[in-house]
Design a binder for this molecule. Structure first.
Ligand SMILES: Cc1cc2nc3c(=O)[nH]c(=O)nc-3n(C[C@H](O)[C@H](O)[C@H](O)COP(=O)(O)OP(=O)(O)OC[C@H]3O[C@@H](n4cnc5c(N)ncnc54)[C@H](O)[C@@H]3O)c2cc1C
Ligand code: FES
Length: 263
């Protein structure tokens, strides 16, 4: 059990909760924790930041468990298991393309903070449905300046940045510039598009997937995609790994009863 030490409203639907935990302070971008709300549920959440003073998770309010986390006050207690999963493999240099949509920006902002300390140059594409739902723009901007990179913002309704799907400027960028790696996280149809573009332009890709998670330690099978368990083999997968599950990636997920459901 940990106590909530800090709460920040990030946008209209996302709150960041701070707490401290020795193991989680060592987490790398892309790793996640299981958050237990006593008497209610236990749900997976990416680590959104680590520092010598503590750790944070950023939660979009979508249902009962995330709604309960939004009601929490400083001093309230939650259970934390983890960190779990592999996380992104961090490059130390080179030309890096980061593409994230919605809450996919949560692990990618953390990744950007780590890469800003390396010699990598970052081009960061951040997408949201509307300006109100855009995440972390003011925190990504200084990271980009530091690496002499570029930030491109898109919204579906044009209320902030370019009015288009996040993948549209990517197509243009990939024809003009050579990237050493693409990191992506967000809605699965967006990641499928990124996967296809990475194949077409022959660029290494790392994509962070979401599946239902219960145990997070590879036992229950609720997070399976093809031959992988997303909780232990992922959540970050390379282009080569995704090529082996292309029949399921972007198409099917298991539901709580273990049945395959169309995404
Ligand atoms: C590895 C991983 C990292 C995640 N990181 C974040 C994050 O940083 N911030 C964030 O806001 N959300 C994150 N999510 C999604 C988050 O876990 C779900 O939004 C949350 O579980 C919804 O719970 P609920 O009770 O509020 O909503 P519900 O109404 O119960 O569910 C809404 C939807 O959330 C999904 N969901 C519900 N339970 C689970 C579960 N046990 N595992 C996976 N998905 C579930 C389902 O698709 C469901 O349809 C992550 C999911 C995974 C798998
Ligand atoms: S969540 Fe149980 S095997 Fe992955």
């Amino acid at each position: 059990m940990v106590q909530i030490t800090e709460i920040k409203q990030e946008n209209s639907t996302v709150k960041t909760l701070g707490f401290d935990d020795e193991n989680c302070r060592k987490a790398t971008p892309g790793q996640f924790v299981m958050v237990w709300i006593p008497g209610l549920d236990e749900i997976p959440m990416s680590i959104s930041c680590t520092s010598p003073n503590g750790v944070s998770i950023s939660i979009e309010k979508v249902g009962q468990a995330t709604g309960a986390l939004h009601q929490m006050r400083v001093g309230d207690s939650i259970g934390i298991r983890g960190p779990f999963g592999n996380g992104f493999t961090l490059t130390k240099k080179g030309n890096v393309l980061i593409v994230g949509g919605g809450t996919g920006l949560i692990p990618l902002k953390f990744l950007g903070e780590k890469l800003a300390k390396s010699q990598a140059r970052m081009t960061f594409l951040a997408g949201a449905r509307t300006k109100d739902e855009m995440l972390f723009q003011n925190r990504i901007e200084p990271l980009i300046r530091k690496t002499l990179g570029k930030l491109v913002v898109t919204t579906d309704d044009g209320s902030c940045g370019l009015k288009c799907m996040i993948t549209e400027p990517v197509e243009d960028l990939l024809t003009k510039e050579r990237f050493d790696v693409i990191y992506t996280c967000g809605p699965e149809p967006m990641m499928v598009k990124m996967f296809l573009l990475a194949e077409q332009h022959n660029v290494p890709l790392q994509a962070s997937l979401e599946r239902l998670m219960r145990c997070a330690i590879g036992i229950c099978g609720s997070c399976v995609i093809g031959g992988f368990r997303v909780c232990v083999d992922g959540p970050v997968f390379t282009k080569e790994q995704l090529q082996t599950v292309r029949e399921e990636f972007g198409r099917f997920k298991l539901d709580f009863a273990g049945r395959k459901r169309r995404i």
